[in-house]
Design a protein around this ligand. Structure first.
Ligand SMILES: Nc1nc2c(c(=O)[nH]1)N[C@H]1C(S)=C(S)[C@@H](COP(=O)(O)O)O[C@H]1N2
Ligand SMILES: [Mo]
Length: 333
C-alpha cells in the first residue's frame, strides 16, 4: 500500500502502516462476526481497546448483570474494579511465548490466528471441524466479568466475551461414555518460540470433567474488554474456568476431545505432586511450596496494598460447590 503524505506530495510505503492496517482490518472483521450474535448491538457500542487502555476504570453501565444470568448465576458478575486492560494484556502466562510475565505480550504477535479451526472429536455423535467463524456464530456472545486467579498467587478481574461451553457440547451430542473433555492447544514451533523448550510437554493440554465443562460458568472465550482477545491472552479462542487456578483456562485451543478416561494435563505431567487434575481455587489447600490463603490483585501491588484473602472456589462456591459434594478436596487437589 502506498501512503500519500501531505507535506511533500510524494508517495512512500510505510511498513508499519501496512502492518497495523492489516491487523486493524483483521480485528474489525472478527468484531463484525462477533457482532452477528444477538448481543451485537451491545458489542457495537463498546469502546475500542485503546480508549479503554487510557481509561480502564469500570464504567457504571458495564457492571449490570446480563439478563438471564442474574438469578441463575448471582455472583458470577462481580462488582469489583476491573483490572486495567493494560495490565491484563501485558502480565500474562503463555509459556509457548516465554516464561516471563512480559514475554507473551512481546512475542505473541507471531501467532497466526487466521484461518483457525477447532476439531471436536472423540466420544460424540457429531464430530466436526469448526472454523472460528462457525464457532462465533454458534451462540450468543455475552460479556461476563470474572475473577481469574493464577496458582502463583495473583488475580485479575476481566470482562470476558464468549458463551457457555455447554452450548457447543450440546451441539455435538456426547455419548453416554464421554466422561471428560481434553483441550488441546496450538503447538507450532514456527510461530511459538518456546514450543520445544523443556519446561512443559507440548502441546499444552488441559481437561475438565463433563459436569465441570457443562457448568454454565465455564466460558468459551473469544474476547475481552469489548474486543477480540489479544494474542497474548489466547486468541482466537480460549477457556475461562473462573473457579479453578488459571492454568486450567487453556489458550489458543485447536482441539476438544471427549474421552472416557481422565486426560493428562500439562502441569500435572510436569509436577504431579504440585498440580492436580481438579485445581480448584482453595485457600485451605496449600501448594506444597507456598500458601494459597491470600492473593495479590494485579494493579493493586503498591507498597501498601493489602493482600486479599483468597475465596473458596475463587468466590464461586454458591454456583459450583455442589459439583464436589462429598469429595475430599485435599486428596483431589
Ligand atoms: N496454551 C496455554 N494456555 C495457558 C497457559 C499457557 O502457558 N499456555 N498458561 C495458563 C496460566 S498458568 C494462566 S494463569 C492463564 C493466564 O491467562 P491470562 O494471561 O490471560 O491472564 O492462562 C493459562 N492458559
Ligand atoms: Mo497460572
Amino acid at each position: 500500500m502506498l501512503i500519500k503524505t501531505s507535506q511533500d506530495g510524494f508517495s512512500h510505503p510505510f511498513a508499519s502502516e501496512i502492518t497495523s492496517q492489516r491487523v486493524y482490518q483483521e480485528r474489525r472483521n472478527l468484531i463484525k462476526l462477533m457482532a452477528g450474535g444477538v448481543a451485537g448491538a451491545a458489542i457495537a457500542s463498546w469502546s475500542s481497546h485503546s480508549a479503554l487502555a487510557q481509561n480502564a476504570t469500570p464504567r457504571p453501565g458495564r457492571l449490570t448483570p446480563l439478563p438471564g444470568l442474574k438469578s441463575k448465576l448471582a455472583g458470577a458478575i462481580t462488582m469489583e474494579k476491573l483490572t486495567d486492560y493494560k495490565d491484563a494484556s501485558s502480565y500474562n502466562n503463555f509459556y509457548e511465548f516465554g516464561t516471563d510475565k512480559s514475554d507473551p505480550a512481546q512475542n505473541a504477535h507471531s501467532l497466526q490466528t487466521i484461518p483457525w479451526t477447532v476439531e471436536i472429536e472423540g466420544l460424540i455423535k457429531k464430530p466436526a471441524r469448526y472454523s472460528l467463524e462457525d464457532l462465533l456464530k454458534l451462540s450468543v456472545q455475552e460479556e461476563r466479568i470474572y475473577r481469574l486467579r493464577c496458582v502463583e498467587g495473583w488475580s485479575m478481574v476481566i470482562p470476558w466475551i464468549g458463551y457457555s461451553l455447554s452450548e457447543l457440547i450440546r451441539k455435538v451430542e456426547p455419548l453416554g461414555s464421554a466422561k471428560y473433555l481434553e483441550f488441546v492447544t496450538l503447538a507450532d514451533p514456527k510461530t511459538m518460540p518456546f514450543v520445544g523448550s523443556r519446561v512443559l510437554d507440548w502441546p499444552y493440554v488441559e481437561g475438565l470433567r463433563m459436569d465441570e465443562a457443562m457448568h454454565p460458568l465455564t466460558l468459551l472465550g473469544f474476547g475481552m474488554y469489548g474486543e477480540v482477545l489479544p494474542k497474548q491472552s489466547g486468541a482466537p479462542v480460549r477457556l475461562v474456568v473462573p473457579w479453578k487456578y488459571g492454568f486450567k483456562s487453556s489458550k489458543s485451543i485447536v482441539k476438544i476431545r471427549f474421552t472416557e478416561k481422565q486426560p493428562g494435563t500439562a502441569w500435572n505431567k510436569a509436577a504431579a505432586n504440585e498440580y492436580g487434575f481438579f485445581s480448584n481455587v482453595n485457600p485451605d489447600v496449600d501448594h506444597p511450596r507456598w500458601s494459597q490463603a491470600t492473593e495479590r490483585r494485579i494493579g493493586e501491588d503498591g507498597l501498601f496494598a493489602k493482600k486479599r484473602k483468597t475465596l473458596m472456589f475463587n468466590g464461586y462456591e454458591a454456583q459450583v460447590g455442589q459439583l464436589y459434594a462429598g469429595m475430599d478436596l485435599k486428596k483431589n487437589f
